[in-house]
Design a protein around this ligand. Structure first.
Ligand SMILES: [Zn+2]
Length: 463
């Protein structure tokens, strides 16, 4: 290549698809221009000395909630994409829960425009299948939804409009949705908990102490998840959708995934809250650590790590879900009433780097779990998820020997005051700089990206 580079990242290591290499990374016009043996790169307008640092493909989080433009008091596209940039994330996939639900072409287009004007990093949007018609499905596909999302649960009380066209507790509707969406070739992500079993256990848990963290677990035990997953995987043997099971939490569900291996095109994810916390942490953090499905036992956590080691679970996502301090605080001591969700976008990469430092998995496997595998599953690879010539110039520079200590003072999420589950942890590994399509959006504690700098990512983006 003879053209000059916009930016040269030199002196560090770069994570390539086959592992770490000591090469210099050249960026031009928003793409990776080339990889060069140290000292052999062409002229560059700007240089970054990355000695001692490791360049990763910018993280792609395929499970994220900000809910905007609804509920700005919980966090906005600006605040939560700034937090994402600080966490080394360059692309996020926003789930369709909003008010109203993102289950119509009009709402999808409205959200696209809202995010485009505010996002600091790249974003993709899920759609819910809404009225389950081909007309609506095709219109949302045309707009460029990245994938589909459904729940097998009933809408939470009082939140019907947020789940309209998203929640399908009826099994026949689940089958119709899988069959309708299979034809698009886009992933169908399912929040899987059995609605009848949830109703059954909620009744039993109503007699328990609402302040006890164990009450939440008892109201949604692992069997609810495992049964729903087994039914979906059985249906998918006929429906043939590109199925993806969201946030797996339990040993029972891992056993189901193992038993169904190879029966259809399905994948599964878990989240840092299930890999790095147990019900003991929920007891400590209280309703601030309430999530659905619940955080479970050490044995469940062990089963999830084993599933990752065995390739049964190949994705780790944040399920980032910010809430206002007032909302969580108002429900202190009342697990059934507390809103479910934790803000994890600034935790996921340092947490996985800490697991690498602990010898739990390789850096390449950790990165595959939180980035490259998602980019592949959603058809964006190697435009996203890799640093190969032609890939997006999305780079996260990390200091593997550094340390991250999350607290309300250091976090950027609007929900930092409710991040009790992750705050105070000291993690080995630190995000130093985040680069989005060649532009630095985060540097040493400060977000430098501008609102509107992020682009709408569709399944066609890889072309
Ligand atoms: Zn979620």
């Amino acid at each position: 290549m003879t053209t000059a580079l916009d930016l040269l990242i030199r002196g560090g290591e770069v994570l390539l698809p086959d592992g770490l290499h000591r090469v210099d990374l050249g960026l031009a016009e928003g793409r990776v221009a080339g990889l060069y043996a140290p000292g052999t790169a062409p002229e560059a307008a700007e240089r970054i000395d990355a000695a001692g640092l490791t360049a990763l493909p910018g993280i792609v989080d395929i499970h994220f909630h900000v809910r905007a433009p609804a509920y700005p008091e919980r966090g906005t596209v600006q605040s939560e994409t700034r937090a994402a940039a600080a966490g080394g994330v360059t692309t996020l996939f926003e789930m369709p829960i909003s008010k109203p639900c993102c289950s119509t072409p009009g709402e999808l287009a409205r959200r696209r425009d809202h995010f485009a004007g505010n996002a600091v990093i790249d974003f993709a949007l899920y759609a819910a299948p809404g009225d389950l018609t081909e007309t609506s499905r095709d219109a949302m596909t045309e707009i460029g939804c990245i994938a589909w999302k459904i729940f097998t649960t009933a809408p939470p009380p009082g939140r019907g409009d947020e789940f309209d066209g998203l929640a399908f507790p009826d099994e026949a509707d689940q089958m119709r949705a899988l069959q309708l969406l299979a034809a698009t070739g886009l992933p169908v992500v399912v929040h899987a908990e059995s609605a009848p079993l949830l109703a059954h256990f909620a009744q039993a848990a109503a007699a328990l102490d609402p302040a006890d963290a164990a009450t939440h677990g008892a109201s949604r035990p692992a069997i609810c998840e495992a049964v729903a997953v087994a039914r979906l995987l059985t249906m998918n043997m006929t429906a043939g959708a590109k199925l993806h099971i969201a946030h797996v939490t339990s040993a029972e569900t891992v056993a189901v995934l193992r038993a169904f291996a190879g029966t259809s095109d399905f994948t599964a994810e878990t989240c840092p809250q299930y890999l790095f916390a147990t019900e003991a942490d929920v007891a400590r953090a209280g309703v601030y650590a309430k999530v659905n499905p619940p955080i479970r036992t050490q044995a469940d956590q062990d089963a999830l790590w084993q599933a990752i080691a065995d390739g049964i679970i190949d994705y780790v996502t944040t399920d980032h879900a910010p809430f206002a301090l007032a909302e969580k605080r108002a429900a202190e001591g009342d697990f059934p009433a507390a809103p479910p969700g934790v803000p994890g976008i600034e935790f996921i990469l340092p947490a996985m780097l800490d697991a690498v430092a602990a010898g739990r998995l390789s850096l390449k496997r950790a990165h595959d779990l939180i980035c490259a595998n998602g980019a592949r599953r959603y058809g964006l690879y190697p435009f996203k998820g890799a640093l190969l010539p032609g890939s997006a110039a999305d780079v996260t520079l990390v200091d593997l020997a550094g340390e991250t200590s999350l607290s309300p003072e250091t976090m950027h999420s609007h929900a930092r005051e409710v991040a009790h589950l992750f705050a105070g942890r000291r993690l080995r590994g630190r995000v130093r700089r985040t680069i989005l399509r060649g532009h630095t959006v985060f540097l040493d504690g400060s977000v430098t990206g501008r609102p509107g700098g992020g682009a709408f990512v569709t399944p066609r983006a890889a072309c």
